[in-house]
Write a new protein. Structure first.
Length: 256
């Protein structure tokens, strides 16, 4: 009997150790409305420069992330790619607000995540819980990367979410920090409406692999803080740096 129980536990552990590796393409654009364009005209009188800003906001380069996970935990990594032969030329990176170019660890059992941040050389670990949204299935379905996907939506105030998820995965797995459906989120569209324009966020799965082996890392180095605490620390640090800069500039002025 003990051998049978041990065998069941072993099979269960092997099943839970199944790894998935999903590559996502992300796109964040901002479209000015009439009021936004009027404000832009006041701050940027040059037509050519203004058009560059409008085009850059509306059609920025796409960014890519890798999501590696099993039943219990996962990692999100930014994938650095060369765009249009630009090589290592510096460019402004626009990623979804809940993703960043740092390393993230997801704990699906606890419903929380850790995010590595660096603030002027000091390491921080931001710990937060996943946000639960009341998604409603629309009844629409389609096939994405060989998986049957269902559409679900959620709206509140100025924000509307539309996601497509694969229920074959049973539990909620999402590269973003939102949960509310049982399945792997393969596509996410977030439409935010503001006074001066709309922000549109797209997160789409490009491919899914099932590696035999994968390493999921839980970061341990850095001061552990909440998201709110980190931004307070950042605000105070920037204030002190600004003060030091102003003092250094003042000390360099000849006083007659």
């Amino acid at each position: 009997m003990k051998k049978i129980i041990a065998l069941i536990i072993l099979i269960s552990n092997i099943a839970s150790a199944q790894f998935y590796e999903v590559e996502y393409e992300t796109f964040v654009s901002y479209i000015n409305n009439e009021k936004g364009l009027e404000e832009l005209m006041k701050t940027e009188p040059s037509v050519s420069e203004r058009n560059k800003i409008i085009e850059g906001n509306a059609n920025p380069p796409k960014e890519y992330f890798k999501f590696i996970f099993n039943e219990k935990e996962g990692n999100v990594n930014y994938i650095k790619k060369v765009n249009n032969g630009q090589g290592e030329i510096a460019r402004f990176i626009m990623v979804p607000p809940n993703l960043n170019t740092n390393f993230s660890y997801y704990d699906f059992e606890k419903g929380s995540y850790l995010e590595e941040r660096d603030l002027y050389g000091k390491k921080f670990l931001i710990e937060n819980n996943f946000k639960t949204l009341d998604f409603k299935d629309t009844g629409n379905t389609k096939t994405i990367l060989g998986y049957e996907a269902r559409e679900a939506t959620y709206s509140k105030d100025n924000v509307k979410f539309t996601i497509w998820y694969a229920p074959e995965f049973k539990k909620n797995y999402n590269i973003d920090i939102y949960k509310g459906v049982d399945g792997l989120v393969l596509e996410e569209l977030i439409h935010e409406t503001y006074e001066k324009g709309d922000r549109i966020i797209k997160i789409n799965a490009l491919k899914i692999n099932t590696p035999k082996k994968a390493k999921i890392v839980k970061p341990t180095k850095g001061q552990k803080v909440t998201n709110e605490e980190f931004y307070e620390i950042m605000k105070e640090t920037n204030r002190k740096r600004d003060e030091l800069y102003e003092q250094s500039q003042g000390n360099g002025i000849d006083k007659k």
